[in-house]
Every structure is written in structure tokens, then in C-alpha cells.
Ligand binder design. Sequence first.
Ligand SMILES: Nc1ncnc2c1ncn2[C@@H]1O[C@H](COP(=O)(O)OP(=O)(O)O)[C@@H](O)[C@H]1O
Ligand SMILES: [Mg+2]
Length: 434
Amino acid sequence: MILAQLIWLTLLAAVLILLPIAPGLRRSYPYAWWCLIGYPVTVIRVRLTWRRLTTNLGLAVAKRPGRALLGDLVVRGDPLKPIPPRLGVPKLRRGGLDVKVRLHPGQVPEHFLSAAEALTHAWRVHAVRLFTDERGFVTLSALAWDPLRAPVVPYQLKQRVLRAVVGLLEDGRAWVIDFRRAPHWLIVGATRSGKSTLIASLVKELAPQRVALFGIDLKGGMELSLFEDRLSALASTRTEAARLLAELVAETEARMQLCRSVGARSIWDLPAKLRKLPVVVIVDEVAELYLMATREDKAEVGEISTNLLRLAQLGAALGIHLVIAGQRVGSDLGPGVTALRAQLAGRICHRVSDAGTAEMALGDLSKDALEAAQRITLAEQGVAITADTDGQWLRARSIHVTPDQARRAARKYACLAPAWPGLHVDEPTEGVYL
Ligand SMILES: Nc1ncnc2c1ncn2[C@@H]1O[C@H](COP(=O)(O)OP(=O)(O)O)[C@@H](O)[C@H]1O
Ligand SMILES: [Mg+2]
């Protein structure tokens, strides 16, 4: 009895202390605010609204049938007590909470997908997402606020070659472009949506690594020339691009021969002294590669298209990686584009001006990712939807790397740019290097 009173008094004291400091805490230490106040309040809100919410949204089902016998009459009506799907214990997460829900027989996760917006409002959170990692259950994941409004990349991962931290994911983790997980990446977005900034962020991260970087930028090299010091080659006309791609295909074939001769399945299996430098080829504004005005252009475009496709198909195991960025990456550019897209497992979609481009980037992965991409507003520069091989998607925002920062990073590590052709480097390259 006394113990219960003591607990109540302590709780009351805690509430009285926290109430006046809550707004300041929320502003200055949002994560502490979430743990101490936001999370418990939201848990109470989730519990209190669950029955009414699921009933209104048609997610609660009645145990009794909708018809009953009243004497000789069959009467129809809504049962008085529909049973809501069983709600688990909401688990605290950095800046959010996860709660598991057991599906009623006959329910599928899509039923909850259409209810996500209503849940967002009822729980007064920024967004509610849905995950299904166990049959018969869905996990509702609520985000307290939009962490991408002012992204702070929380920690640096252990650095590893071909892995770049380029921004922040909505769930608070670092946004990583990992070429060992997804060998090639497609980046789409309208003008000024943040493509080049993302590329700058990527190059800044790759610059200190033992990686050869190549650029293809047909907008006169305006964007990628910032990093020219660190690039082994930069193609700024289509003829230069055609030549560079042909040389890279030749390099790929040479690597293939080498692997075959020693019985290795990829360059990573080669003995250390034969190991080859990984190569990342960055193409900004891919549509320019496919534009043709004259008949002679056609042959060149055809050759470029074939060589890009070959690099994408063969490159993954041979350490040749592609990053392809563009405003529009539709089949109207040419038949090779759709085939190329199929090879680019990593997908990043910024704000797009037409649904077709978002569809091209994310449509074959997930429908709700597509909708999320179309909701990115003009003001959200640098915000993108990212998805890779496991099919899961997340909202993310790139680190805002200014042109000056990018130029400085490239200059600092210019000595790491191997000479092309030959990709010669002075020391033997190790398995994991920086
Ligand atoms: N992650 C970001 N955070 C804040 N602002 C950004 C971010 N990414 C881009 N921007 C802003 O958007 C502008 C246009 O971005 P840019 O990368 O040049 O777009 P694109 O290459 O798609 O045309 C940049 O000048 C910058 O001011
Ligand atoms: Mg650009």
C-alpha cells in the first residue's frame, strides 16, 4: 500500500518536473525528450486509440457473424464489440517506436498499408511505416519527427573500401552506398533535386580510398570537373565517352582473363599481388549519352549503349562499378536503357517531375516506395528514396557537400588517382585499404 503510494508520488513528481522543461528539452535534446516524454505519451496514445481506430478503419473484426436469429427472424446488424488485432508492446527506438500487430485470419499487410496515414494522425507522429518480417504479423514503425529536416550523420562506420557514408537515413542510421552489396547504382531526380550533391558526397568519401574514379559528364564536364584532380579520366564529349567506355570494357575483359587463368571467381579472390584496383565510373546526366541528332550519332550511341551494358553485366565481379545519374531514365532514350536499368541494383530516387521516372527507378521494387518518392517536395533538396538488393526502401538525405569541399577533397587525395590507361599504382594493394 505504502509502496504503491510511493510509486504514484514519484511518478507525479517526475511529471511535475518534466512538464515545464519539456519544450526546451524537445528543442535542444530531441532524442532525450523522446525517451523521457514523447515515447511514454505516444505509447498511451497508441493504447487508448487502438480499439476505436481499428474499428473505424475496418481492421477490427467481429467474432460473432453479422447476422443473428431473433426468434424466427434473421436480423442483420453491426456486432457491438468488434475485436481489434492484437497489439504487442511498443518498443522504444531512436526517435520512434515499433509495435507488432497480429493479423486476424483473412487480413493481409496491405489492409494496414492503407491505414498508415490515419495512424500517423491518430498517434501524432511524423510517419508510420509497415514492415512484414514474420508471417501473420506486421510491425508498425512510427517516426516521431522528420530526422532529415536537419540531418546530422550520427557516427562513422568502420571505413572499408567501396563503402561510402553519403547521408542520413530516416531511421537515424548512416546512409551508406556500398558497392560490395549493390555493385551498380541508379540515381534519378529532376533538376536541382540533389543528384550532383549526392555524387559530390560519394566522391568525397571515395577519394581517400584505393579506388580508381572515372567521370562521364556531357554537360561540358561542369559538374564532375570539380573532382578532376582525383579522377583518372574525365570524358566531357560523347566521342571521349565512347572511347573511355571502350577502354573500360577492354580492362574488364583483361580482368576476366586474369581471373580465369588463376581460377578466381572475382577480383577479390585473386592473390594479393595480382589484385586489381576497384573502378567506379560516374555518369552524370545519362540522357546526354543517348541523344542523337545525325545518322553518324546513331552508331556512336549504339556503341556507348552496348559498352555500358557490358560493363554493368560483367563488372560486378571484376571490380568495375557504375553510378548512373539522370533526370529522366526512360525507355524513350533507347532500347539499351531498360536493359541497363535491370543491372543497376542500387536505386536512389530524388524528387521527380514525372511519375514515369520514379516508376523507372523504383516501380519494379515496391509500390509504396514509388508513392513516397512522389511525395518529396520542391523544398526537400537532397531527400531521396533509396533501395538496394534486399528490396527494403527508406527515405534519406544526403550530406550537403559544397562544390568547394568536394574540390578540396579531390585535390587532397589527387595522389591516389592512378594513371590511366594501366591503372598503375605504386604499392601493392591490400584486401582492405584506405
Ligand atoms: N542534401 C542536401 N541538403 C541541403 N541542400 C541540398 C542538398 N542537396 C542539394 N541541395 C541543394 O540543392 C541544390 C541543387 O542540387 P544539385 O545537386 O545541383 O541538383 P541536381 O544535380 O539534381 O540538379 C544545391 O545547390 C543545394 O543548394
Ligand atoms: Mg546536377
